[in-house]
Ligand binder design. Structure first.
Ligand code: HMG
Ligand code: MG
Length: 310
């Protein structure tokens, strides 16, 4: 872990931008492929070094992600930047491999009902599907991250116990998933629940391989990010302009906005390599294109000041 000596917080954080995937997957109107590509390229220009660019899932389940091959195939790649893709099975992995995804993300859940609603199988079956993905990824030299949905609560089952999260983490570790994302899919968690879930997962994976993924439904996402920082967690998913949500998690709003997390990190003097001015402009631009106000307090405040000044 990289921890600042005085504060105990990490000195550097990696922001994994998930707007192009978790953000756009939830849009009901079609989003044109060139727009997705432009979004990714602009985010990289703003200093994002890792992002979820696409999902290779069933187009019947998530029509908005059907153009993943085109997006990853045509986007201009910057060396050193990790372009990741979500894959639910070997079929998805092969599609991601064909367009040279740098990393794949397999995704299960800490709750059986959500797992079934999201990927149409039990948790145990999801692990059986991911095992050959891990094997194939290892042969191809591609990194595998795992994501555990509903780690802090489930829209169908309610509260989720930390040991249920740790159990899925262990199953993922056993099949060779290298990094693990603990996800509050419906944004219900508070810092205490966050600490409990992450502590349970840290008994399975080392600190540097654990990341946080928070949705902001109840306005707790930044508090939860801070709770994670205090534990030394140094990788967070976030979505520009707070885009997104999961089509299979009723009532859940978007991810915590990248602008808001960046504002927090900048204030804590934690390095990210991401340029706030550019990021804010991207958030305002994509929100305008999608016909809505950006769901970011920091981004909107910075934009309002710039507009007044300018
Ligand atoms: P299924 O219907 O049980 O799958 O769906 P199947 O194996 O029986 O196949 C049925 C059809 O799907 C077949 O086509 C397959 O070819 C096709 P048909 O013969 O009917 O024409 N198919 C695929 N097509 C493209 N790519 C694939 C693929 N696999 C099968 N990879 C399946 C099972 C997992 C495919 C489906 O349930 C699915 O795609 N679910 C995706 C759900 C999803 O994308 N959810 C949102 C992302 S997760 C999320 O947002 C949470 C996260 O952000 C963290 C958090 O916040 O919690 C990560
Ligand atoms: Mg999500």
């Amino acid at each position: 872990m990289m921890a600042g000596s005085s504060s105990g917080l990490p000195t550097r954080v990696t922001l994994v931008e998930v707007g192009p995937r978790d953000g756009l997957q939830n849009e009901t109107q079609p989003v044109a492929t060139p727009l997705k590509i432009e979004l990714i390229e602009r985010l990289v220009q703003a200093g994002i070094s890792k992002l979820e660019a696409a999902a290779f899932v069933s187009p019947k389940w998530v029509p908005q992600m059907a153009d993943g091959a085109e997006v990853l195939g045509r986007v201009m790649r910057r060396p050193g930047v990790v372009y990741a893709a979500l894959v639910p099975n070997l079929q998805g992995f092969e599609a991601a491999l064909a367009v040279r995804a740098d990393e794949v993300v397999v995704f299960s859940a800490a709750s059986e009902t959500f797992c079934r609603k999201n990927i149409n199988c039990s948790i145990a079956e999801s692990i059986e599907r991911f095992a050959p993905v891990c094997q194939a990824a290892r042969s191809a030299g591609i990194a595998v991250r795992g994501s555990i949905s509903c780690s802090l609560g489930c829209p169908y089952e309610g509260p989720v116990r930390p040991d249920a999260v740790a159990r899925v983490a262990r199953l993922m570790k056993e099949i060779g998933v290298q990094q693990i994302g603990v996800a509050d899919t419906i944004g219900v968690g508070t810092p205490r629940a966050t600490r409990d879930a992450f502590e349970a997962v840290l008994a399975v994976y080392p600190l540097q391989d654990v990341s946080g993924h928070f949705h902001d439904t109840y306005g707790q996402a930044l508090a939860n990010v801070y709770a994670c920082l205090q534990m030394g967690i140094s990788t967070f998913d976030a979505s520009v302009a707070g885009l997104g949500g999961c089509p299979f998690a009723r009532g859940a709003t978007g991810n915590v906005a990248t602008e808001d997390v960046l504002y927090l990190l900048n204030g804590l003097q934690i390095e990210t390599g991401v340029d706030m001015t550019r990021l804010v402009q991207i958030g305002q631009w994509i929100s305008g294109v999608l016909g809505r106000k950006a769901a970011t307090r920091a981004g909107n405040a910075i934009n309002a000041r710039a507009t007044q000044a300018g």
